[in-house]
Design a protein around this ligand. Structure first.
Ligand code: CAA
Length: 258
């Protein structure tokens, strides 16, 4: 499908979305987020796709929401259409796993977009930050909520109140990032991980994502009960039977996503 601000293509069982506004360091205008939502929805609907990757350019994953577009907006210009609401929710509501492959700047909405994904693989060039305070505004696409959950209150306060950037090494140590990868290997290694995920049973992949996300919504007792019930439900899957039979028979499983 032709897009103006992104490139979407398939690599094996992985849907790869590349943010493509290089002149603006992938500033996240609404049209880009709309296209991103549409591409994710298309990959969600595609039975041959098991996981997705969102990436940017070597210089910038995304330098935030589009400041040029926003600069003259009034309160009603953002409140009435619920700016940063419905189209951003399409990323969060994705049921297949999404990995952010981040090189260069992931600032403001760019950091928030990366955090909306299920995990972040960072190039050693990555720089994360929530510099909205310098613009007289605050993070609006999840920064004040996801950052403390990922890296704790102290570092989240530091990032949002001082606007300093965090490099890939610190981000990994703090728990924001799953892996740090040499910049020239970022896409290859991220696609390989996404392909590994997509090789497993799709309903089980989705159950795991859903269960881990419950950990952020539920008290522990409810979360443990939820996990156990979904584990038990997995026994209704042909793929569960196949996975265990393959282990016992010392062969590779042939999952059918059923
Ligand atoms: N919106 C619109 N345009 C942007 C942009 C943004 N967020 N970030 C960069 N650009 C544009 C610049 O205006 C510039 O355009 P021109 O060539 O037409 O002048 C081009 O991208 C290249 O940028 P720089 O010349 O500034 O590049 P640099 O290498 O000197 O600096 C940078 C890179 C440190 C990332 C710097 O561009 C910067 O600080 N960008 C803004 C970061 C920011 O404040 N992000 C938060 C936005 S608000 C937000 O995201 C709210 C939210 O929670 C959703």
């Amino acid at each position: 499908m032709p897009y103006q601000f992104i490139i979407a293509d398939k690599h094996g069982k992985v849907g790869l979305i590349t943010l493509n506004r290089p002149q603006q360091l992938n500033a996240l205008c609404d049209a880009l987020i709309d296209e991103l939502g549409a591409a994710l929805a298309a990959f969600e609907a595609d039975e041959t796709v098991g996981s997705m990757v969102i990436t940017g350019s070597p210089k910038a994953f995304a330098a935030g929401a589009d400041i040029t577009a926003m600069k003259d907006w009034s309160y009603m210009d953002v409140y009435q259409p619920d700016y940063l609401g419905p189209n951003w929710a399409r990323i969060r509501n994705c049921r297949k796993p999404v990995i952010a492959a981040v090189a260069g700047y992931a600032l403001g909405g760019g950091c928030e977009l990366a955090m909306s994904c299920d995990m972040i693989f960072a190039a050693d060039t990555a720089k994360f930050g929530q510099p909205e305070i310098k613009l007289g505004v605050l993070p609006g696409a999840g920064g004040t909520q996801r950052l403390p959950r990922a890296i704790g209150k102290a570092k989240a306060m530091d990032m949002c109140l001082t606007a300093r950037m965090m490099d890939a090494k610190e981000a990994e140590q703090a728990g924001l990032v799953a892996r740090v990868i040499a910049a020239d290997q970022l896409i290859e290694e991220t696609l390989a991980a996404a392909e590994t995920i997509a090789g497993y049973s799709l309903p089980v992949i989705m159950m795991i994502k859903e269960a881990i996300n419950r950990a952020y919504e539920m008290p522990l007792g409810e979360g443990l009960l939820y996990e156990r019930r979904v584990f038990q439900a997995a026994f209704a899957l042909a793929d569960r039977k196949e996975g265990m039979a393959a282990f016992v028979e010392k062969r590779q499983p042939a999952f059918k996503n059923r």
